[in-house]
Design a protein around this ligand. Structure first.
Ligand code: DON
Length: 569
């Protein structure tokens, strides 16, 4: 089985075996490679096809950023639940040449016509007003201008080919599409993503996305102008007008991705880099690690009640601050002390080791709106030590469910990440704090937490996850597993995860029903924690660097894959 792809006049064999020394993201029987080692570069992503595209770019001398761009465009084809050109995200880049790491903020923005109260009477997140101005194409182009080496069109072409020639559906995607199709009321979604003969998709079917291929081709040829202007922009604005959405031609033309400095914190001598606002991820993770650093968790052990109590109390405190203070820094002043070591020490001092702190004691009861667990994270590293940690999303699974007529791609529903009912903060699902209210051209608060941990200034751990607000806790768990408990990449990714978000005042623990953890869960309950089981949390596609070797661990939870380039020695 082989698939070919053009790079100038060079035809590149993608589908050779990993042990043959090049690129493969899955075995011949279709099982994704979940682990790989390489000294030459690697991509860990949810879709085997997309991971293979990214690794192929590395194999042709592309930088980690080139590879990330190609992976992101390929995911927009092969992982429609979250891969996107109609959404937004955050890319953290450690350039590896001594220059400082940067975050490329390509978060969506509210349209110019947005108003503070626009969602008070509209709870339907699958409607056009929920669509934010997409940021992905501008974000990827900015990344390319800063750190790319291969021509832009070479990075988009593999996605064009996947969409035009088709790709093979695996069982999970076939089932997911069938579920979406059965509940979709969007005619264009059903036309574009439905099986042409009207029967349900089954594993092994080939999906061709012709309109998407044409849109991607315009992006390949014209860069952002192929999306934010010309035919694609006209199709987006026509879609908005037909569905009562707010995005105008001016909104599209005005959208810019931003370069931001990462949040930097230290944990046991490692430096931890994460995204700044408008993502809450970096500051919240820094607080949790800062609190954890005040205790000797290693001595207590990963599955002791003390460790888990401290982790939960750290989450509770950091998430309370998240809800109260964080929003788009162009619109709100973020207190400077939040990510400081002194503040973490202060918060650690408020933890009672013998008792859970009732969340209400940290502020008025708040239950934030539910967030769907779809988004996707991928990690990339190249042989020169450039590392990319990228999380991007359509918000809900398949976003708004709206496909732009004639353009073949899904639109986000990211406006739902704003506090939708100003001043209304209650236990039934509203949070109305001011920092994250809707304003024209404001970016909505995110939890996406692409993370890079440096050891002696070099990438040591590259990780991140989907999962709405659970994202930051997933990254906290994986990071602690490696940095504090010395787990391997595989162990750190596989370990059960914990989630507490201040409100609701309860702990979700993936291993709560597992006899192995029964005693610890019982002890947590005795301390006053309400612990419930959760089936799954996150999809942390991770790379660990050990003695110059890149060790990729794809998360088993969503069937992710590792593709490496070069040898596995
Ligand atoms: O930006 C955010 O935090 C959310 N819109 C991400 C949504 C998400 O992760 C859903 N699930 N994975």
């Amino acid at each position: 089985m082989k698939r070919c792809c053009r790079f100038g006049s060079l035809l590149v064999l993608v589908w050779c075996s990993f042990h043959g020394g090049h690129v493969a993201a899955q075995s011949r029987d279709g099982t994704p490679h979940r682990d790989a080692e390489s000294r030459d570069g690697m991509v860990v992503a949810v879709s085997p096809d997309a991971a293979a595209v990214g690794a192929e770019i590395l194999g042709h001398g592309g930088t980690a950023v080139d590879s990330a761009i190609a992976t992101a465009f390929a995911l927009a084809v092969t992982h429609p639940a979250a891969g996107n050109i109609g959404g937004g995200g955050f890319m953290l880049v450690h350039p590896g040449d001594g220059s400082p790491a940067v975050v490329i903020d390509y978060r969506e923005k509210a349209p110019l016509a947005a108003t503070r109260t626009m969602f008070v009477d509209n709870n339907d997140a699958r409607t056009h007003p929920y669509v934010g101005v997409p940021g992905t194409v501008r974000g990827l182009k900015l990344a390319h201008e800063l750190y790319g080496s291969l021509p832009w069109s070479d990075l988009v072409e593999p996605a064009v080919a996947l969409a035009r020639n088709g790709f093979t559906l695996h069982e999970g995607l076939a089932g997911d599409l069938n579920r979406q199709l059965s509940r979709s009321s969007n005619d264009e979604f059903r036309r574009v993503y439905g099986k042409p003969d009207g029967t349900p998709w089954v594993a092994g079917d080939r999906m061709v996305l012709s309109d998407l291929a044409a849109t991607l081709q315009r992006i390949a040829e014209n860069g952002p102008a192929g999306f934010y202007a010309g035919e694609t922009a006209e199709l987006i604005t026509a879609e908005m007008q037909a569905g009562g959405g707010l995005i105008s031609a001016e909104d599209l033309l005005r959208y810019r991705a931003r370069i931001r400095a990462p949040i930097r914190s230290r944990f046991r001598g490692y430096e931890v880099l994460g995204p700044p606002p408008p993502s809450s991820g970096g500051i919240t993770l820094a607080q949790m690690l800062g609190i954890a650093a005040q205790f000797d968790l290693r001595r207590w052990g990963r599955w002791s009640v003390q460790t888990n109590h401290v982790m939960i109390e750290a989450m509770r405190r950091a998430y309370a601050n998240r809800a109260m203070y964080l929003g788009d820094p162009d619109f709100v002043t973020i207190p400077r002390h939040l990510a400081s070591g002194d503040f973490a020490k202060y918060m650690a001092g408020t933890i009672d080791l013998d008792r859970a702190t009732p969340s209400a004691r940290l502020g008025p009861p708040v239950t934030e709106p539910a967030e769907s667990p779809q988004t996707t994270h991928f990690s990339v590293i190249d042989r020169d030590g450039m590392a990319v940690s990228n999380t991007y999303t359509l918000e809900a699974s398949y976003g708004s469910g709206i496909v732009v007529r004639g353009a073949g791609f899904l639109l986000n529903n990211e406006m739902g990440d704003f506090n939708r009912r100003p001043g209304v903060t209650n236990t039934q699902g509203s949070i109305g704090t001011a920092a994250n209210e809707v304003r024209p051209e404001k970016r909505m608060l995110s939890s996406m937490t692409p993370t890079i941990v440096l050891k002696d200034g070099k990438p040591y751990l590259v990780t991140g996850s989907p999962g709405g607000r659970t994202i930051i806790n997933t990254v906290f768990c994986v990071t602690l597993n490696v940095l504090e408990f010395g787990m391997t990449a595989r162990q750190a990714v596989d370990a059960p995860r914990t989630d507490h978000e201040w409100f609701p005042d309860r702990v979700r623990f993936m291993g709560a029903d597992d006899p192995e953890h029964a005693e610890m869960v019982e002890q947590l309950q005795r301390l006053g924690h309400a612990v419930v089981d959760t089936n799954s949390q996150g999809d942390a596609n991770t790379i660990l660097v050990s003695d110059g070797r890149f060790i990729g661990a794809a998360d088993y939870r969503f069937g992710a894959a590792v593709a490496a380039t070069g040898s596995d020695q």
